[in-house]
Design a protein around this ligand. Structure first.
Ligand SMILES: Cc1cc2nc3c(=O)[nH]c(=O)nc-3n(C[C@H](O)[C@H](O)[C@H](O)COP(=O)(O)OP(=O)(O)OC[C@H]3O[C@@H](n4cnc5c(N)ncnc54)[C@H](O)[C@@H]3O)c2cc1C
Length: 410
């Protein structure tokens, strides 16, 4: 009898989790999910965490419990994959090598802190990882309160927050912080009304490449919230509290966040296969990495295209669709069936714009914004989390039955 195939998924983000769900429900193979963290970080809800609207548990899914919930054919291993021995089909972690028949790479992307911009990495915060989002929130509040303490609560000097990058994450964070500060003024008896948010963007406007409706709504809302948009500007150097722009102007800041673009996860540096300028792996229409046998890639780590060959933006939506497709194609190979070509497409876009406001465009025909947009986005996001939490609860249940009981003596 032929041995059961072993599928290794590296990365338990949006793409990896969707792939896990698809593969696990088939019971056709053994699945190993490897992630450097024991949780799936919901980056799409990072702005809520930053604005103090939710706690850490709301933006994480426990990968141990999730894996356990599917049964014995699924294993979770907490490890950082450093390189892959494609010849011997083994993904090398920190202490051990994980053998595979099929490998699915879903290690996502990281913020593109350009090395050509001195000081950028050292003096700005990112939000792409949970530790960075948590430390950002903590440090921001500490600096704000330290300033208020030292100036008797008045902030006579401006407190400047600078956000570099006018893409989806930059816009969402700028809007959410502006709204947070607005609420902070209303709620706080320590008046500090000298806080300014600057959004530095290299192009004419925000959300370059997105639909005009979303661009217009985002711009309107940012202006209404008092965000100062500095367009046609690139950050050329950053020091502890000052940055310089390409037209030699400088700006003092108390806090800086950088969201200006992404590059694929560092794992791609060790993979000798064709890549684009963002170091994303070039995959074929089945999401295979063509250079190696049995290797697929999904999510931000890969350059993804729709059925017409058009580039898809690096979003949770394309990560989920590609994770599902790659998993379906692995199952097809296991069962000697034909694989499916990419039919991926952007079904819509939702932009959170601070407080109870979001702009939404669905299927290119339905467009709305404001409170309704906020509720629709919230329901979709909560739906994603709710089903995963429910699945995790099954895993927790199994864990509590297998774990030795802890006797406290009471
Ligand atoms: C602030 C912010 C807001 C966003 N808002 C939206 C939005 O509203 N809508 C939208 O569609 N998209 C949004 N995005 C983009 C979206 O979050 C990403 O496109 C999505 O997370 C990509 O999914 P992924 O599975 O490819 O990677 P990730 O979700 O980043 O998952 C990668 C996983 O791989 C693991 N990993 C990495 N390297 C290794 C390694 N060497 N070994 C083991 N494990 C490893 C990581 O720990 C992680 O769990 C936003 C992003 C940010 C930062």
């Amino acid at each position: 009898m032929e041995q059961r195939k072993r599928v290794v998924i590296v990365g338990g983000g949006y793409a990896g989790v969707k792939a896990l769900q698809t593969l696990a429900s088939s019971h056709l193979c053994d699945i190993v999910l490897i992630d450097q963290h024991p949780y799936h970080y919901l980056q799409t809800e990072a702005y809520e965490l930053i604005a103090n609207e939710c706690s850490m548990t709301r933006v994480t899914i426990d990968l141990v419990a999730l894996s356990l919930s599917y049964g014995e054919h699924v294993t979770f291993i907490k490890d950082t994959v450093r390189e892959i021995d494609f010849e011997n089909r083994c993904a090398s972690g920190q202490n051990s090598c994980h053998p595979y028949d099929y490998l699915l790479l879903c290690t996502g992307s990281r913020t593109a802190f350009q090395s050509s911009t001195p000081g950028l990495r050292e003096h700005s915060h990112g939000v792409k990882t949970l530790p960075s989002a948590l430390s950002f929130k903590h440090q921001f509040e500490q600096r704000l309160y330290a300033r208020m303490e030292s100036e008797g609560g008045w902030c006579s000097e401006p407190f400047n927050v600078v956000i570099g990058g006018g893409g989806l994450s930059g816009v969402e964070i700028a809007a959410e912080m502006a709204d947070y500060i607005r609420v902070f003024h209303k709620d706080n008896t320590l008046t500090c009304d000298n806080i300014h948010i600057f959004l530095i963007i290299p192009h004419e406007g925000v959300l370059e490449g997105m639909e005009c409706y979303l661009i217009d709504k985002a711009t309107e809302r940012l202006i209404e919230l008092g965000v100062k948009i500095i367009n046609h500007s690139r950050i050329t150097s950053v020091e502890e509290h000052t940055l310089v722009l390409n037209h030699e102007k400088s700006l003092c800041f108390d806090f800086m966040i950088f969201t200006g673009g992404i590059v694929a996860s560092t794992l791609t540096a060790t993979i000798e296969s064709e890549k684009n300028k963002k170091s994303q792996l070039i995959v074929d229409e089945y999401l295979r990495v063509p250079t190696f046998q049995g290797v697929f890639a999904a999510g931000d780590i890969a350059e993804l295209r729709d059925s017409d060959g058009e580039l898809l933006p690096p979003t949770a939506q394309s990560a989920e669709q590609s994770g599902t497709l790659a998993a379906q194609n692995i199952l097809a190979l296991i069962e000697n069936r034909e694989m499916r070509r990419s039919q991926m497409k952007m079904e819509g876009m939702m932009v959170a714009l601070g407080g109870s406001y979001a702009a939404i465009s669905l299927f290119g025909v339905i467009r709305f914004s404001g409170l309704l947009g906020y509720w629709v986005k919230r329901v979709i996001m909560r739906g994603y989390r709710y089903f995963l939490h429910r699945q995790c609860a099954k895993g927790m249940d199994k864990l509590s039955k297998t774990k030795p009981q802890c006797h406290t003596g009471f």
